[in-house]
Design a protein around this ligand. Structure first.
Ligand code: URA
Length: 254
């Protein structure tokens, strides 16, 4: 280690230790606790391709097959300057998705909030910072390179209300096509609305999180939404989310 690298390494180490403490660890997790593929010298894991918790009722139409070849750009093109539901009336930007369209891991959230609507990217506000922390510090992945992030609806619901079922249904074909384009190795549904949309039934998220399901043949993990985690910032919730993410890392290694 050169002398100039030392402060950066020490800062990263301190941040990581603070993160572990925050998530209830009292020691450094071993390799078997956090399943990572470390690159020499970088201390970064890579993948090989490199809230509301209220009721949600909707029927998802799912049709992913591995045979479909469509690019993420084509999906964005097909969405166009969407006015398929009323959400277009108040939005500033369509928040389509961000990250690596060839990622092995996709996170699916609920809907853009004010920051996302302003900037055009998903999860850039407070909940987004929490999600980035979970991905980068908790999973040792690079958010932009190793993951793709999108929402079940691409436009901000007014005053951040829950998306309505007709809005979710209007957007669902584009979520399906995004997943068809990316063909990830695993999907993480963040919170009840995303879980319910992907599974096509009302999901009691507190009960069902931490378990594997299938979305058209792709392993689907359900976990808590980072906004919920911020609201109910208990050690138990933080530990549960990290335990879910460790299962995801193990799945990516299979
Ligand atoms: N919450 C979401 O579900 N999605 C975002 O993009 C931001 C916050």
């Amino acid at each position: 280690m050169s002398t100039s690298e030392r402060p950066v390494i020490l800062r990263n180490l301190r941040n990581y230790l603070t993160f572990l403490k925050d998530y209830g660890f009292s020691g450094i997790p071993s390799d078997s606790d956090i399943v990572l593929k470390l690159q020499p010298n970088t201390n970064k894991a890579t993948l090989s391709t490199s809230n509301n918790e209220g009721p949600t009722k909707m029927k998802a139409t799912k049709s992913i097959t591995k045979k479909i070849n469509i690019s993420i750009e084509k999906v964005r093109e097909a969405l166009g300057d969407c006015n398929r539901c009323d959400l277009h009336k108040n939005r500033k930007t369509i928040v389509f998705g961000s990250g690596n369209p060839h990622a092995e891991l996709v996170f699916v959230g609920e809907a853009p909030g004010a920051d996302e609507d302003e900037q055009g990217f998903p999860f850039v506000g407070r909940a987004g910072k929490k999600l980035t922390e979970i991905i980068e510090k908790g999973m040792n992945l690079d958010r932009e390179k190793d993951t793709y992030i999108c929402n079940i609806v691409k436009c901000r619901p007014p005053s951040n209300r829950d998306p309505k079922s007709n809005e979710i249904e209007s957007c669902n074909p584009f979520l399906i096509k995004q997943l068809q384009a990316i063909k990830p190795k695993a999907i993480v549904a963040l919170g009840k609305p995303a879980a319910s949309t992907l599974l096509g039934r009302t999901v009691p998220i507190m009960k069902e999180r931490g378990n594997w399901y299938q979305y058209e043949g792709i392993p689907l993990m359900l976990t808590l939404h980072p906004a919920y985690l911020l609201r109910a910032y208990t050690l138990e919730n933080r530990r549960n989310v990290m335990s879910d993410m460790h299962k995801v890392l193990a799945k990516l290694k299979e």
